[in-house]
Design a protein around this ligand. Structure first.
Ligand code: ZN
Ligand code: ZN
Length: 357
């Protein structure tokens, strides 16, 4: 492909360092390969400070239209990412390119060309992700000493996010999930006014953004009876929760143990899923085992059933099986791991076994 138009902000950031919200990057291939970033007047100073490896053009009108005209004047065809281009954008792109003399079929849809480059992280990206994950572990451990039965889920989310900011996070990498009791059966439960009760499990799934990179970790903890006996009416529920927890932990550990270069994402998913099937819980495991993480919280590769993608050193993925029993409870345990030449480095090595608060 002689030219590539990149407009998805995380892709633009990856290629040039630019973090503004409006950018169209044209990359030209060939002997005199070059890159030119088009943005608008709000970002004049920011683009000058951030952009590396591309020339910058501040477009007086539409950055996108100028980028398309520029590409049309210099290449016979131009790829674009169909996963991040709306129907309306494509119409505007075609119109701008046609005015600059491009023929029909100038724009060629591609399936995530930059997304594929982003799968393998370089040394500096890995260093940033290690620091983001370490801060995430510190936050979690600090919170364990503070959190108590009787608090609302939203108290926990607010405290966690406040501490994250104070410790240097740019923000959260997604909306913090705090799910207690039967609400744990919703994998993406938002923090509500629900009060954490003794006898409940609590699922905490959160991540921060540090220097543009996301972290992601889930732990499930139990609110026990402070060493006293389990009340008779809660005994069956307490026992079931423990059985589910043990099954999810075993599945999570098996999937982590399966990670090494050359192993497919499908095989990692199967390592978790087959154990949950054997334990009788797989019908309540309603999502895939994990996902790539980096500039975006969810990026390639997908760690899901049947995925043929072989893991490579430098890829950072999550391993997060869960079991969600409607109306009863839920358990998820998630680590972020780095694939290394020798196997694996767990970036979130904080305690994940059964823990009663
Ligand atoms: Zn997560
Ligand atoms: Zn995740």
């Amino acid at each position: 492909m002689p030219a590539l138009l990149v407009t998805h902000p995380p892709d633009v950031r990856y290629l040039t360092g630019f973090t503004g919200s409006n950018a169209a990057l044209v990359v030209l291939a060939g002997q005199r390969a070059s890159a030119r970033l088009f943005t608008d007047g709000r970002y004049t100073a920011q683009a000058r400070a951030e952009v590396q490896g591309a020339t910058v053009r501040i477009a007086p009108k539409s950055a996108m239209a100028e980028a398309c005209a520029y590409a049309a004047g210099r290449a016979g065809a131009c790829g674009f990412d169909r996963n991040h281009t709306t129907v309306a954008s494509l119409a505007a792109m075609r119109s701008a390119a046609r005015k600059a003399g491009a023929g029909r079929g100038f724009f060629k849809p591609l399936d995530g060309a930059v997304a594929a480059l982003r799968e393998v992280k370089d040394a500096s990206e890995i260093d940033t992700m290690r620091r983001a994950a370490a801060l995430t572990c510190d936050l979690y451990e600090g919170l364990l000493g503070w959190i108590e039965a009787g608090m609302r889920e939203r108290d926990v989310a607010a405290e966690l996010e406040h501490r994250a900011r104070l410790l240097g996070a740019e923000g959260m990498s997604f909306e913090t999930i705090v799910a207690s009791g039967e609400r744990g059966s919703q994998p993406h439960a938002r923090a509500t006014d629900a009060v954490i009760q003794r006898g409940d499990l609590l699922t905490l799934d959160f991540g921060i953004v540090l220097d543009g990179y996301c972290s992601d970790m889930t732990r499930t903890v139990a609110f026990g009876f402070e060493g006293g006996p389990v009340p008779r009416k809660l005994q069956a529920r307490w026992g079931e929760q423990r059985a589910i927890f043990d099954a999810v932990l075993a599945a999570q550990q098996a999937a982590v143990a399966a990670v090494r270069p050359g192993v497919t994402c499908g095989a990692v998913d199967d390592a978790a899923r087959s154990l949950l099937t054997a334990a009788g819980w797989s019908k309540f495991f309603s999502h895939s085992t994990g996902h790539g993480v980096g500039i975006e919280i969810h990026e390639a590769p997908r760690v899901a059933k049947g995925q043929a993608h072989p893991l490579r050193p430098g890829e950072v993925i999550t391993i997060e099986p869960g079991v969600y029993v409607p109306g009863r409870c839920g358990v998820r345990i998630e680590d972020t791991v780095l694939v290394t030449a020798g196997g694996i480095e767990v970036l979130t090595p904080v305690h994940k076994g059964w823990l009663e608060l």
